[in-house]
Design a protein around this ligand. Structure first.
Ligand code: SF4
Length: 704
């Protein structure tokens, strides 16, 4: 009997990064299961991961060949890879020669493997000579990146999942891990079941599924997180529940934190946040009494015009209590995408440089450009995600190359993005499937290999780097993204892109990290294949990896101390509500869908949970609008309109509504697309958009 072959890999969805066993039988049939030996998930998988075999085997929607149009009015036509590379290089060279290197840009994804992310950064920053390379991670984690750098001197998640089982108090803010990071949440839930004294505080304007395990739910008004964290800080200081020794020896700028925390009294803070003062005291007491305290957060803090202020004010709580650098404690941002962390390691944003080096530091720029042997790297950051589409709209950016992301659904104020893509002189879309709404804007469409069809590495939320093997052949003429990129670089005439495989790209990336705080010179594809996953840094070939950072309390700032930061803004400076748009719209994820549904949307089983977009609203708001459960409502903002059915409950605050972000077109119209409504305001430092706050009106749909 022919045996199945089993391969070890990692889930391609969220940043929990669960280990997966993939069985392939002699007919090519694929089955998946959780890897019991993988430390992050210990054999568990959520509904999305468990159904990945359907996604991997369904090639019905795949892009099979390069396709090109000779002009905007012509349809896409099948071409050879040689023709595709020749055209891409010719157009890029011509635009760069005429308008300069800053007239082109790349917009990539936290789903790219580290090798792909590395190459696209090398091409743009090192050879084209522009920093116009940004990623959809800008839409989710860039406020956390800035917060970590300000507080710890490095974009570093200091702890591991194993710290969850050691902690006795959790503050989960702006996150719904029960749905969005299910396996991580399952570990937390089990820990709480086994240790009822463990305290869980949830901060969210909605009563989400995560609240089921919470001892305390602070259902704050949208945008008031900084005021809440400051109030907790004030209580900790007043009640002397701070770690004075740690603050004195290992931190700086405490006075600025204190001054900010004392701006409002607890009573004023409670009024602003819309929660009882007793609940703020209770939360602070839980944190102050904890032996081991962990804060967890995601988009509710990051996706805001004051995202950096929210991050630093939360990080201040870990520093005040000295809860960092020891087992079972620390701040813990949860990444939304499988390799958002890997992208940050290779400098995969317009404001970052490879190997966590500093784009603003001339010495660092020289080190990287000397290593690559290309052009001098520019000091000014390139266009960030929203800036890139603004520049396309205004004509400053002429060509854009989009890899593995679907901005025609995922970007804020998305109608503007569609206009920008129509206005572009040249759009390259490199993706696996026609399901992405962005493919229709392509002048050149490049078929990429998908999960299981290419090799490379990814880093999950706990800095754990894993190797993903090639298990099956890609359909049609699809190529690994890394190969597409190095062949484009060769077509451009750039030196230093004569790779034979992704392993060589990885070796180069590892070498560039030598001597840095993320040194992974001890890693290679071979070692990861043979010995399993490692948490960075891994500075030599027998190094076991690093579960926790800052255990010596030497932070990566200039003075080696962790820095308290006063939030720049206490108040949300987002779009105002008024008589025409009196409600605040919050957008987010549901349990069984992921991003813009290009993969999860084609798995029937995942559609049984929530098959259609919906608007969640409070009963009082629904009553005022004569809306009943299941009625179709029209949601209008200053930018556009959405029509979906309503779900009515008391789980969401009055005057706040929630719409899932996943849906693009439903029944050939875009009436479920949340980003028809959202605004494109961004945090002034992190440039992360404000997906959690826009002013809307809701009315009952009346047939015309
Ligand atoms: Fe995949 Fe995340 Fe689910 Fe794990 S929790 S199986 S990484 S989607």
């Amino acid at each position: 009997m022919l045996k199945k072959k089993t391969h070890k890999t990692v889930c391609s969805y969220c940043g929990v990064g669960c280990g997966i066993l993939v069985d392939v039988d002699h007919k090519g049939k694929i089955e998946v299961d959780g890897d019991p030996e993988y430390p992050s998930n210990k054999g568990m998988l959520c509904s999305k991961g468990r159904n990945l075999n359907y996604v991997a085997q369904d090639t019905s929607d795949r892009i099979m060949h390069p396709e090109m149009r000779w002009s905007r009015n012509h349809p896409l036509q099948k071409v050879s890879w040689d023709t595709a590379f020749e055209r891409a290089a010719a157009v890029f060279k011509s635009i760069i020669a005429k308008h300069g290197p800053d007239s082109v840009g790349f917009y990539v994804s936290g789903q790219c493997l580290t090798e792909e992310y590395y190459l696209v950064n090398k091409i743009t920053k090192g050879f084209i000579g522009t920093n116009n390379v940004d990623t959809n991670s800008r839409l989710c984690m860039s406020s956390a990146v800035v917060g970590y750098k300000k507080a710890l001197g490095e974009d570093s998640v200091p702890i591991s999942y194993e710290d969850i089982e050691l902690a006795d108090c959790f503050l989960i803010a702006g996150a719904n891990p029960a749905w969005c990071h299910p396996i991580l949440y399952r570990r937390l839930e089990k820990h709480k079941e086994e240790n009822p004294n463990v305290k869980i505080i949830v901060v969210d304007p909605r009563k989400t599924q995560t609240c089921a395990s919470a001892d305390l739910h602070l259902q704050i008004l949208p945008g008031t997180d900084v005021i809440l964290f400051n109030a907790i800080a004030r209580w900790l200081i007043e009640k002397k529940k701070i770690d004075k020794n740690f603050i004195k020896k290992h931190t700086s700028n405490f006075d600025a934190c204190k001054e900010s925390a004392f701006t409002l009294s607890l009573r004023q803070a409670a009024e602003k946040c819309g929660v009882p003062i007793a609940d703020i005291r209770k939360a602070a007491q839980y944190i102050g009494d904890a032996n081991k305290f962990i804060s967890m957060w995601t988009m509710g803090l990051n996706q805001s015009v004051i995202g950096v202020s929210k991050n630093v004010s939360l990080l201040n709580l870990s520093l005040l209590t000295g809860q960092i650098g020891k087992p079972g404690c620390g701040p813990f941002s949860l990444t939304g995408q499988p390799n958002a962390m890997g992208g940050r390691e290779v400098g995969g944003m317009a404001s970052l440089l490879a190997a966590h080096k500093d784009l603003g530091n001339p010495q660092h720029r020289k080190e990287v450009s000397d290593f690559w042997g290309g052009k001098e790297i520019k000091s000014e950051p390139g266009y960030t995600a929203t800036e890139m589409f603004d520049a396309l709209e205004s004509g400053k950016l002429k060509a854009i190359w989009i890899i593995c992301t679907n901005p025609a659904v995922s970007m804020p104020n998305v109608k503007k993005v569609e206009k920008a893509l129509k206005n572009a002189a040249f759009v390259v879309v490199q993706d696996i499937s026609h399901n992405s709404e962005t493919t229709k804007f392509a002048d050149l469409l490049l078929p990429a290999a998908g999960w299981l069809e290419k090799e490379g590495t990814m880093t999950n939320s706990e800095r754990r780097i894993s190797y993903l093997p090639k298990v099956i052949d890609a359909p049609g003429e699809a190529l690994p993204d890394a190969e597409i990129l190095w062949r484009f670089a060769q077509a451009m005439g750039y030196e230093g892109f004569d790779y034979n495989n992704a392993s060589e790209v990885y070796d180069e990336h590892c070498l560039l990290t030598k001597g840095t705080n993320i040194d992974i010179t001890g890693l290679s594809h071979e070692r990861l294949k043979n010995e399993g996953s490692f948490q960075w840094p891994v500075p030599h070939k027998t190094h076991p990896g690093t579960p926790r950072l800052f255990t010596d309390f030497n932070f990566h700032t200039n003075d080696k101390r962790a820095h308290f930061n006063a939030p720049q803004s206490l108040y949300n400076k987002s779009e105002e509500t008024d008589i025409d748009f009196p409600l605040v719209l919050n957008t987010g994820r549901v349990r069984d869908q992921w991003h813009t549904r290009t993969k999860t949307g084609k798995v029937k089983r995942l559609l049984t949970h929530i098959p259609q977009p919906y608007l969640e609203m409070n009963k009082v708001d629904a009553y005022l609008r004569k809306l009943k459960e299941g009625d179709v409502a029209v949601i209008k903002s200053r930018r556009g309109e959405v029509q979906v059915k309503v779900k009515i409950n008391f789980d969401i605050r009055e005057r706040v509504v929630f719409l899932p972000m996943h849906w693009g077109k439903v029944l050939n119209n875009d009436f479920g697309r949340a980003n028809n409504l959202t605004n494109d305001l961004v945090d002034p430092v992190s440039k992360e958009p404000d997906f959690k706050y826009c002013a809307v009106q809701v009315e009952k749909f009346v047939k015309p």
